[in-house]
Design a protein around this ligand. Structure first.
Ligand code: FES
Length: 99
């Protein structure tokens, strides 16, 4: 069994919401969010191609286990913490917000 981390979703008004779920280190954040029935669940292909699951990492460490299409996340956006949630796994507790 791998490590589990807590992922919290920030409200659109910028406040930390009650929405949170656990995510194994070897599972994508998007998959864990869907499995937990938590959200705002915004997703499409689940494979890094459509860009629908774009989100901002407010805090926490992650590992990008799949390449993120530059068509959806530019290098500048990556530096600002934007990711595709279907392409990242947690490496610490995380706080995320919808992109
Ligand atoms: S769901 Fe399509 S890129 Fe993540």
């Amino acid at each position: 069994m791998g490590q589990k981390y807590k992922v919290s979703v920030q409200n659109t008004d910028g406040l930390k919401s009650d929405i949170s779920f656990n995510c194994d280190e070897d599972v994508s954040v998007l998959h864990a969010m869907i499995h937990a029935g938590q959200g705002p669940i915004w997703h499409g292909c689940c494979g890094g191609a459509c860009g629908v699951c774009k989100a901002r990492i407010i805090s926490g460490d992650f590992y990008a286990f799949k390449p993120m299409s530059a068509a959806h996340v530019s290098e500048t956006e990556k530096k600002e913490g934007m990711v595709l949630l279907c392409c990242v796994q947690p490496r610490s507790d995380m706080l995320i917000a919808q992109g």
